[in-house]
Design a binder for this molecule. Structure first.
Ligand SMILES: *Cc1c(COP(=O)(O)O)cnc(C)c1O
Length: 363
């Protein structure tokens, strides 16, 4: 069997033990004589699978009891529309308004989509320096329905080092690329959302965690399938949920719990990221373009500036079983995504490779 270290931004690596367990249960899950893929989502065999996934997510993230956990589809991208449709209720002056902080491509996509449904103001942006930092967050307008941030910026490799204070205005965060990567106080947020394919499991599942009092204010024209109140009332079973992805999520969360939970993940991710950042800070060939204070633990971009050399590094790394290191086309260079399932050995192997490459191509 061959396994590579996969530095893809998503879909990305899953723990080997999770894949092996899913493989072992592929044709006969838990003595049912069926694959989870074949089970009715309303069957007594499937019920404990979705309940286990939700219970573990609540436990590991410390989700307070006044929050709903929803298992939806459509990726982080569909939340760019669902959030404004559901949370963008008119204020006292009858206006639908929200604030967005533009910290990169996903953040600006979220704001653009929201602008289709409401007055979505971009109140701060770090575009002036190619998103290499997180801008100071202006105080929220108390008339706003919510305040949206992208907690970890997958493409440029930044993260909010400190949450903005938004008072009574609900803070909404896209946590697609950092969910469960380190401890997070859910009670500070009105709503959190994440596509599963980066840190939670296979693509096709989107997790939404939303405070109950924010549910039920959807704009009248909101399609049924896009309404949080419907999904909440039906326990994420208004229609067929992504059953198999939810099952794998449960396995990933069991692995995470056995590995020490989110505190241990955070510690491990800090150590892993430090291995690569320490190398980059001492390298004469590559540098990380992000301001130190805002460096992501999950997505680490690095550049040289010579596209030919960068391309060769990506190719030679792949030949050494270190795959998917090409940077996003907007940033160029290389990017290593080191989500929870990337073992420390993978990052060490990458740094060893980069040192060899630098020595061989010294300039
Ligand atoms: C990947 C990503 C998205 C888009 O996710 P999809 O599930 O592909 O829609 C949105 N936001 C962030 C921060 C991401 O990393």
């Amino acid at each position: 069997m061959k396994r590579v270290f996969n530095f893809s931004a998503g879909p990305s690596m899953l723990p080997l033990s999770v894949l092996e367990r899913a493989a072992a249960e592929m044709t006969d899950a838990n003595g049912t004589g069926q694959s989870v893929m074949e089970m009715s989502h309303r069957s007594k065999d499937y019920k404990p699978i979705i309940e286990n996934a939700e219970a573990l997510l609540r436990e590991l993230m410390g989700v307070p009891s006044n929050y709903k956990v929803l298992f939806l589809q459509g990726g982080g991208s569909l939340q760019f529309a669902m959030v404004p449709l559901n949370l963008g209720a008119p204020n006292a002056a009858g206006r639908r308004r929200a604030s967005y902080v533009d910290t990169g491509v996903w953040a600006s996509k979220a704001a653009e989509e929201a602008a289709r449904f409401m007055d979505a103001k971009v109140v701060a942006s770090s575009k002036d320096r190619a998103y290499a930092y997180i801008p100071a967050a202006p105080a929220p307008d108390p008339q706003d329905a919510f305040y949206h941030i992208t907690l970890n910026n997958t493409i440029v490799g930044t993260k909010w080092s400190k949450l903005p204070e938004t008072g009574s205005v609900p803070l909404v965060a896209d946590i697609s690329s950092c969910i469960l990567s380190e401890p997070l106080d859910v009670s500070k947020f009105g709503l959190l959302y994440a596509g599963a394919q980066k840190n939670l499991g296979p693509a096709g599942l989107t997790v939404v965690i939303v405070r109950e009092d924010l549910i039920g204010k959807a704009a009248a024209e909101t399609p049924t399938m896009l309404r949080y109140d419907i999904h909440a009332k039906e326990g994420s079973m208004y229609n067929t949920p992504p059953c198999y992805a939810i099952y794998v999520l449960g396995l990933v969360l069991e692995w995470m719990k056995a590995s020490g939970g989110v505190e241990a993940m955070g510690k491990r991710n800090l150590e892993k990221a430090a291995v690569l950042y320490d190398y980059l800070d001492s390298s004469r060939m590559f540098r990380c373009p992000v301001d130190k204070e805002f460096r992501s633990l999950m997505n680490i971009p690095f550049v040289n500036g010579d596209a030919e050399l960068e391309g060769r590094a990506v190719k030679e790394a792949a030949a050494a079983d270190l795959v998917n290191l090409a940077g996003h086309r907007l940033v160029g260079g290389l990017r290593a995504s080191v989500y929870n399932a990337m073992p420390r050995e993978g990052v060490v192997a990458l740094v060893d490779f980069l040192k060899r490459f630098e020595a061989a191509n010294g300039r």
